[in-house]
Design a protein around this ligand. Sequence first.
Ligand SMILES: Cc1cc2nc3c(=O)[nH]c(=O)nc-3n(C[C@H](O)[C@H](O)[C@H](O)COP(=O)(O)OP(=O)(O)OC[C@H]3O[C@@H](n4cnc5c(N)ncnc54)[C@H](O)[C@@H]3O)c2cc1C
Length: 494
Amino acid sequence: MHSNTGDPMARTAYLVERETVSEWAATVDVLIVGFGMAGACAAIEACKTGASVLIVERTSGCTGTTSAASGHFYLGGGTPVQLACGYEDDPEDMAKYLEAVALEPDRDKIRLYCEGSVAHFNWLEDQGIPFERSYYPHKNVIQPGKECLIWTGNEQVWPYREMAKPAPRGHKVAFEGEEGGGALALRILSDRAVEADAQVYPDSKVEALVRENGRIVGVRVRRFGEAIHLRANKGVILAAGGFGQNPAMVAEHVPILASAYVQGSPYDDGLGIQMGVAAGGVAIHMGQPFLTSPFYPPENLLKGILVNCDGQRFVAEDSYHSRSSIYATQQPEGIVYLIVDSRTFAYPHFAALTKQSLIDGFETIAEMEAGLGIRAGTLQGTMEAYNVHAADGEDPTFHKHPKWLQPLTEGPYAAFDLSFGRAVYTGFTLGGLKVSSDAEVLTERGQAVPGLYAAGACASNIAQDSNGYASGTCLGEASFFGRRAGRHAAGTLN
Ligand SMILES: Cc1cc2nc3c(=O)[nH]c(=O)nc-3n(C[C@H](O)[C@H](O)[C@H](O)COP(=O)(O)OP(=O)(O)OC[C@H]3O[C@@H](n4cnc5c(N)ncnc54)[C@H](O)[C@@H]3O)c2cc1C
């Protein structure tokens, strides 16, 4: 879905014409709005060409959403980590997978990303980001330790496992713990950008783009209460994050997030997207959130089943957590239960965060139906059918992987409440400016807005919706296309 975001009066405020600028406070080749993952990578690459680069960052330091990220990068095609851990992968299989899960696959862009993935991994490592040559074998949201390689998408989930040869592609920055990998990577990349001679204006908010003869040639910045103008002779790169913290944009485009806990930088206010749209760009996939309330780890819980208030299953439970979560939000009244038996019982690891709760234990499924207010016989029917097939290692309805199939026949049984609105679902926005493979901001007709680029969460590239998301795609594409933005804006990429 394409969107123009906001009313025309507001839009003009994000774009001013050159005639209104009386003086340039500074002139550089490439100006970058935002010092997160996309901005840092763009800066390093632009500097490498010899271009003069200025990063304008609204906060005092590198505190964007990247610094809250766990630290997964979705990379493949035979990275040194995949090879060291004994996993074969090639760009073709990776591309097939990403095309299969995409809402609206941009084949050229996906192929470019997959074919450049190994070189990009090497580049990240060359910048100093540490990645162990190790594999984490369990199904988890994020590895608790420094292990690198993990399955972070739906590669082994039906029908995708039949559409492309599966491989684990989540690469975690070597960092002990579930949080902090993104911050470590950003600290390293921002150091590299500064060493490469990028200038930084912290505590400075870009509030409008400046246009001259149809080309974006600079920005207006609010700095310590004063407005100044900065000229960019070669290009302006928007790397200013998403819009999850802008209530009006959330209400307009992705209202489901208003009922969720939106994570990320407080400056994910959509200003980058609004400036891009004001300059003639178009925003796409604006209605798509990343949304999740993970019920695993422990992975044993994947052997349970998810049912709605009619006692029906609705998704393969071994799906990546944002896939099962988005299906959960689409159930009648958002009501969803995780049903386990005594052999599969465990408390969900993230329950303290997600507020998923144990409703009760029940001796029989008939008692459970009564306790949950599910029509008598329906859940019993679902479980009987599930158990018969699970005993044969099959799931004809949703094709859950045999690894997670085990009849649920050992009472007592337990039900956890995963309902949307009762359990906490966390999320962020995925929509953003439509961009070319070189990060040029595109108009509705697909023409580049001269002088304007976008990368990271304010652009829309590979990560398009919760259903097809794999952990690591956002940092992967922010860094990959951020680099391309830097090179193209500096004039060394056609
Ligand atoms: C809790 C959490 C965990 C996550 N974990 C992962 C993960 O492991 N792997 C993954 O791939 N993705 C992850 N994501 C998503 C990922 O972190 C983001 O998509 C990614 O970091 C976005 O990078 P960015 O450079 O586009 O934006 P940011 O890192 O947010 O950087 C944008 C910068 O622009 C600045 N800015 C904004 N407006 C202006 C302005 N007008 N003028 C000047 N500066 C401005 C901001 O202050 C900010 O510093 C996670 C997200 C969350 C919330």
